[in-house]
Structure formats: structure tokens, C-alpha cells
Design a protein around this ligand. Sequence first.
Ligand code: GLA
Ligand code: ZN
Length: 660
Amino acid sequence: MHYGADYYPEHWPEERWEEDARLMQAAGLNVVRMAEFAWTRMEPSEGAFNFGWLDRAIALLGRHGIRTVLGTPTAAPPAWIMAAHPDATLIREDGRPVTYGSRRNYCPNNADYRRHSARIVTAMAEHYSGNPLVIGWQIDNEFGGRCYCPVCQAAFQRWLQDRYGSLEALNAAWGTEFWSHIYSAWEQIPLPWAATGTHNPSLALNYRRFMSDSYVDYQRAQIDILRQICKDVPITHNMMGFGYPNLNYFDLARDLDWVSWDNYPRLRGEPDPAARALAHATMRGLKGKPFWVMEEQAGPTGGSTVALTPRPGEIPYWAWQAVAHGADGIVYFRWRTARFGAEEYWHGILDHHGIPGRRYDEVRSMGEVLERMGDRLDGSRVSASVAMVLSYDSRFAFQNQSHNPHLDYPRVFASLYRALWKRNIGVDIVPCVAELGRYRIVLAPMLYLLDADTAERFRSYVAQGGTLVMTCRSGVMDMDNVVVDTRLPGLLSALFGIEVEEYDSLEDGRAVAIKGVGPLQGPRGEGSAWADVLALQQAESLACYEGEYYASRPAITASRVGKGRAVYLGTLPDEALADAFLTALGARPEFSSLVRADSGLEVVERTADHASYLFLLNGTGDEKRADVGAGGHEWITDREVAGEMVVPPLGVRIVESPRG
Ligand code: GLA
Ligand code: ZN
């Protein structure tokens, strides 16, 4: 288990480093991430490298048992590079460049910027190759943004040429007939700059795919250099969880050895444990492997404003929640709060003065537990019997055509996840192409774009006994973002045994009453955001509308295909109805050791060959109880437990029981 902090030795006098390392070691920290914003310090002018300071920091930390993940520094371009290459500046949607300052202000397709990036990455790789204290690399920092510059436009045109082969094919696939947009030369194809109205949806979607690919490609150029020179040292990138909408994280993760992400539960508003859980599950799902939190909140966040300070107990509670969901590394942002710069109010473990306080003590208390048992979690995996299919293609398409403000793809996705989370059901987040056979239930909400391959795999998953749940706005588009020419849900109609006769976009925020019927008899609730009016072909109705002109028409349906079931939600059910509906599907936690838990207590299981670890996480302000049956060793309080346990507010318990 890696436990550490993001450290910026270049922000502090060198005389202080020893004290920092001593305090880190005393808190149980064994890793730091460094250098990801230190380009000018490492290369003050072209080709003049200065690694002495970093060598000394790495060595000094090493003497305290702390190893280093090095960040490549390309997220914050030096002034001397951007002054020499004004064209490397990111151009906004309105066609105007951003100004120098802040960060993430470069174009990922710019050849000059790529040349400079390759040079600093090569120099770092050559300098640190073979250094046993450098145990990993982080590429850049929080990739994101979209560039609308002429270089990107030309690159987009080439990207389209690869994809479509000919202009005829592109024109046909996009329906450029509409508004006379038929292209007769590749150079005519624009980027979706700010325009007088809506762009062609096929153009808009492909630009988003292209921009995501541009960062994947820019990242790969750095990875290639590091792999060649540093051989087996693993490589990551720090992502932004489920919430970040502009990159296809499945693609970005493919070239990496491991995924990491930045977790700030108190960025704004009250922390939401279900949202955190979804973010962790998403990051775990990118490679189907354990991940790290590369920046775990350790103090009040802030730029020009300052957010609430983490309440006592929150810091370790958040970090343990990450571990429960599959994190094998927790790295706090940041060690000590900067005294200068744009983030002088983004607080770390230590405040500006550098004297350890309450937050340091909390970090240390978790460090003590990890020293005792952290290694036991090695190789354990989070148990999940349910999968949710995340489609960045569909998400990108909705960014261009949001339908209505209540039908937000990530919000709908998160609300269905939340219904599962509340029941403590382990959920994997998977891409469309995932192997689904090992899941009892698969939910694929708002799978707007659908190809025949995916439709066929879904069908065979159901035929072989799976339960598939899909929603309105699925199977609407082909992969070019053009509406299918059959009744909805298009390629899924036969599987679900339904046809959408009409739909009603509830854009004014109205809800329509629904009541359960047949096997779901009893519960009443509301649907919102959208209402498909369904005609049954080979399905039964599980719920009907009670209002609007479609009262008594089916709202939720189920069909039997082979050994499985295909369930369709024509509208978005409220929480109570979603819960009743999950009960009817037989959705329950997969772990056996837990007998019962109070509602509000989050329970997650990690299993290894030798043992299983039941994490009980109380994110509420009240005591919660759980009956852990035969129980086992509890690692936070370090004692044997069985039967009923009490978990205090913001408390965590980890019960180990032997397996097999
Ligand atoms: C992000 C970045 C860090 C830092 C923190 C705090 O997650 O990766 O460099 O800026 O936020 O703002
Ligand atoms: Zn560009």
C-alpha cells in the first residue's frame, strides 16, 4: 500500500526538507509525487538542464524510506517556450487564444510544443533511469480542455480522412446535405467554432472524439519515451474521476500501467459519499485494476475563495473509502500549503507555517493502521456483481444535444448508481466492449449511440441468463450521431420486446405519476426528465403512467429472452420507485459475511485469495450498526469482533475474515 503526499520541494528553502521528510516518515508516508510543475526549474532555458535540486530531494526522502513518483511537467508551459511559439497557445471555441498564465494553456497537437515536451521528458527519463527511488511516472497533470486552432483543424481533417476514407463517405454518413454543407475538399471541414447556431451533430461528436484522441496521442508520445528509456517503471496519469466530461478515459487509460485520480470531496457543497464511490468505481473500471488517488484532499480547498475545512475525521474517512473501493495508493494534496501562487489557499496537510496540527495527526493515525495491515490488502479486488456501462460516445453526443436540462447523462447515470450504492451492491463501471457474462445485472443507461455489435452482445448476455436494464434515449443514434430510421429503441426493440410510439421531453421539470403493476405491484412514484410512450410487443408492463395523455400506458417493461430478462425504463424513476424496482430484480449485496447493516452505512468488500475485507464506512453524523455475523479481526480498533458492531459518525471498520 502506498501512502504519501504531493511534495513541492522547489517551493521551500532546502534547509526545511529534512524536517519535512522526518515528519512524513513519522506519519507513515512512504511515497511522494514531485516535479509535475517544475519545468522552468528543471530547464531554465532550452537544453540547459538542472536536476541537482531534485536529485537531492529524492535522495533525502529516500533516506527516510520515502520513494518518488515523478511527474512530467508539461501541464504548465514555461514562459520562454510560449513566448518563442505563440502558436502553441490553446485557442478557444470563439477562435481566440487564451492568454499566457495559469496552466493547461497549450495545444496538444502543436509540433513545437510536442518537440519541447519530448525534450524535457527524454532528459528526465535519461537522468532518472535506473534510480531505484523513482518508482513511477505521472504524465502531465489532469489532461483536459479542447483546442480550436488551425493546427487542430488540419489534424482533425486528417483524422476524418483516416476514419471515412473518402469525402463521399463522410458526406453521406453525416448528412451534410442539410443546409448545403456538402464538402468538396477536406480543407473545407471546420471545427465546431462558436457559430450562428447549432453545428451538424456528426461534426460536433467527431470533434469531441478527435480532441480526446489528441490528448491520448500526446500522452502516448511521452509514454513511448519513458518506456524506451526507463523500461519497467510504471506510468500513470492523474484523472478527474467520473465527473470529468471531455476525455474518453477508457482510451486514455489503455496506454497507462495504472490509473490514478484526484479526489476532492469538499470542493463545493456538502460531500456526497455516493458520488465519491461512483468516481472510485469509474477509475477502477478503466483498467479493471486497483488505482491510486494521486491527490487526496487534506485541507480546505481554495483559489480566490476558500471552502469549508474538512471536519475532524473526514480526511481518513475519505481516504479509507477510496481504499475500500480499490485504491492501492493514497497520496495527499499537498504536503504543505503554498505561501505563493494561484493556489496559496489550497491547503495541504500542513498549513503555511509548516507546524503539524490536527490534520497531520489524522493522516498519521491512518498511517499507523496501514503500517499494521496495509500490505494484507495487496492483490485483493473489490467484489461486484453488477456492472454499469459507461459510454463516452453517448456522453459526448449529449453535450451537443442535451435534450432538456433534467436529462443530463452523468446525472442519470449517477442517480441509478446511487440506487445500487444505497443497497451496498458492488458495481463495476465498464465500457461498451466489456465482457458482461460474470455480472448478474448490467445497467446501460441512455446508451444513445449504438452499433450492431454491442446490440448483439447485449442480446447474448441476456439470452445466457443476464438481467439487462436500459433506459429511454437508448439506441437512438448510429455511430455517426445520425438518428436510426426504425422505431426506437432501434436495434434493441426485439430484445426488449417494445416499441416507442411517442416520447415526451419533460423539459419544464414536470413529473408524471407512475404506479407499479404486475410483479412490481404496489409502489407508486414519479417519473421525470423524459417519458417514452411504449407499445408492448413481447414484454410485460412493470409500471404504468398515471398522468398526462399517456396515463395507463407502460412506463417500465420487462421481456424474457432465453434465460434472462431485458428491462426498459421509459422514464427516470424517483428514488423510492428505483429502489422497489431493484428489489423486484433481486439486486442485493454479494458478500456473505454481512448479516445486516443500518441504512446509511456504506459496506464494501475487497477479497483476496486468503481473506476478505469488509469495509464499514459511516459517512453520516449518526452512529450506525451492522451485524457482521461470525466476524473476524477488525483492523482499525485492532481486536476480534463478531455479531453486532457500532460504527461512530465518520468512523471506519475493516473486518477481515478468512476465505476458503
Ligand atoms: C488539481 C491539480 C493540482 C492542484 C489541485 C488543487 O487536482 O492536479 O495541481 O491544482 O487540483 O487545485
Ligand atoms: Zn490546437
